[in-house]
Design a binder for this molecule. Structure first.
Ligand SMILES: [Zn+2]
Length: 77
């Protein structure tokens, strides 16, 4: 019943059906995916960098951060 579905694949970028062993229907689509991956990776690196920066700032200035976050648990004069 589903044996004919395995005969062809779909391009992961544009969704066009294609035959053969190609992963993409065209070099343009391959480039598009590579670009998208790089963009995603860069966004993740920036996100991680911001997290690390936040962590370092919180370690360096614990009092400033607790007052910034509005934590009333710290003893203040
Ligand atoms: Zn394509």
């Amino acid at each position: 019943m589903a044996d004919k579905v395995a005969e062809h694949k779909h391009c992961p970028v544009c969704g066009r059906s294609m035959g053969g062993n190609d992963r993409f229907c065209s070099p343009e689509c391959e480039q598009a995916l590579v670009k998208q991956r790089k963009k995603q990776q860069r966004t993740m690196y920036i996100f991680m960098g911001v997290l690390v920066l936040l962590f370092v700032v919180m370690l360096a200035f614990p009092n400033a951060c607790s007052s910034l976050l509005g934590g009333g648990t710290t003893a203040r004069p």
